[in-house]
Design a protein around this ligand. Structure first.
Ligand code: ARG
Length: 458
């Protein structure tokens, strides 16, 4: 069949060219948005007297029927159509006759596709932010169970200072809250309607862009028609947001992989989110966590593909831009899947406070507190730091912990030491004393918990 755009050419294209050019295989997922956009367009054309009200009614009813039939699986996408826009318009004309040919008045596929993408992404972002909040809620539930679970905090992956597991997990909540904020902020810029930009230059018809935009839930209309059809910044922003969120998930999952190893043993994942080995009977592998980490690279790839696709394009629409869809969809789909698996994996994991405590007891993570003890007794911090380091070295030589060194052994290093030093280096006290805002003490952690819970409406 000749294409809808036959005229200047015969409209008969080679099959290889057709397959290459076609986007219906991936843009058909925007059919609801495409149809909603067309309904608003038909209503606007009628309101402005560009078509009659009766024609508007026929078009709107025809479009509603198409949406319903696709929903019910009664109407299949014709893959010989170039894209979802052509498919809907062609089906409409088949169903309602020649009046269907009036729908595309004062419109172009260029503003139509920009509109559909914005609406599709806008809706999807709502799903993503609610999935992120579900993950935050899972982290909160674990944090609540582990407010007193002391573990080593690490820098350079070396044991550094004692923290609680709750404090550690809340750090991820903060990252994820920023992700939600970033997505919501992106939607503000995205929620500007391009429809009415037409091919690139606007139109000679007396259209009402604001009317159409309002019907479709947009806050405003874009002020430059060339920008309206050329802009894909919103795709870049949302995919960047996906990439950043994936990076956060990847760091969390990397921790899970470490924590579930025999070497750490801080956490055990539920069997439901682990796999076995085909050869080694003892294995319980954290495949889901590893896959989330692995899929992060793929979302970065989507971002790079988009940035690169756009960088050399002259204004206005170029067919290269059809390539935006697979990158955007893949990034959002991948993030959605990763969130879907990470949230229950976190919610169902079992933490092992004894193992954490054991790790916290080795590694001299109270050495800073030992230095602080001396500082509070008048020794300048830099000097106290040095003495504390020398004591650690002595302990390593003697195979002792700081708690096991006798007061006499301490006194050799400085006469400020007294029996109250053991209190100062007690791990629980080390945690409890870190009452500074954002610190690891219980009171501070409780404040953080309250903040996070408030932010997600728990
Ligand atoms: N399928 C196209 C896309 O996704 C729709 C816009 C086509 N516009 C055009 N002038 N060929 O970008």
């Amino acid at each position: 069949m000749a294409k809808l755009w036959a005229g200047r050419t015969s409209g008969f294209t080679d099959k290889v060219a057709d397959d290459f050019n076609s986007s219906i295989a991936f843009d058909s997922r925007m059919y609801k948005q495409d149809i909603a956009g067309s309904m608003a367009h038909a209503a606007m054309l009628g309101k402005q007297g560009i078509i009659t009200q009766t024609e508007t009614d026929i078009l709107v009813e025809g479009l509603a029927g198409i949406a319903e039939d696709i929903d019910k699986g009664k109407l299949a996408f014709d893959i010989s159509c170039e894209d979802v826009h052509m498919f809907v318009e062609q089906t409409l004309t088949q169903r309602v006759g020649d009046v269907g040919k009036k729908l595309h008045t004062a419109r172009s596929r260029n503003d139509q596709v920009a509109l559909d993408m914005r609406m599709y992404v806008r809706e999807y972002v709502g799903d993503l932010t609610s999935k992120i909040k579900t993950l935050i809620a899972a982290l909160v539930s674990q944090a609540e169970k582990n407010k007193e679970s002391i573990m080593p905090g690490y820098t350079h992956l070396q044991r550094a200072q004692p923290v609680t597991m709750a404090h550690h997990l809340l750090a991820y909540c903060m990252m994820l809250l920023r992700d939600v904020e970033r997505f919501e902020d992106g939607v503000k810029r995205l929620n500007v309607s391009p429809i009415g930009s037409c091919a690139l230059a606007g139109t000679t018809y007396d259209t009402d862009r604001a009317f159409e935009a309002k019907r479709l839930g947009f806050d405003s209309v874009c002020l430059n028609s060339m920008d309206g059809v050329s802009d894909r910044d919103f795709c870049l922003e949302i995919v960047s947001d996906c990439a950043i969120t994936m990076m956060h998930l990847s760091r969390l999952c990397e921790e899970l992989v470490l924590w579930t190893s025999l070497e750490f043993g801080f956490v055990e994942l539920s069997d439901a989110y682990t796999t076995g080995s085909s050869i080694m009977p003892q294995k319980k592998n954290s495949d889901m966590a590893e896959l989330v980490r692995g899929k992060t690279g793929r979302v970065y790839g989507d971002l790079m593909a988009l940035l690169t696709m756009l960088k050399g394009l002259p204004l206005a629409y170029n067919k290269d831009m059809q390539e935006d869809k697979e990158s955007v969809f893949d990034a959002m789909d991948t993030l959605a899947k990763c969130l879907d698996v990470t949230a229950p994996m976190i919610a169902t994991m079992t933490t092992k406070p004894d193992k954490m405590k054991k790790a916290a007891a080795g590694g001299f993570i109270n050495a800073t507190d030992l230095a602080d003890y001396m500082t509070k007794k008048g020794v300048p911090f830099r000097e106290a730091y040095k003495i504390s380091g020398q004591i650690v070295a002595e302990c390593i030589g003697k195979g002792k912990t700081l708690e096991e060194l006798s007061l006499d052994e301490y006194k050799i290093h400085s006469d400020v030491f007294d029996s109250d030093l053991y209190q100062a280096i007690d791990l629980k006290n080390c945690v409890e004393k870190r009452t500074s805002e954002g610190g690891t003490s219980l009171t501070s952690v409780q404040k953080q918990l309250a903040f996070v819970k408030g932010a997600i409406g728990l």
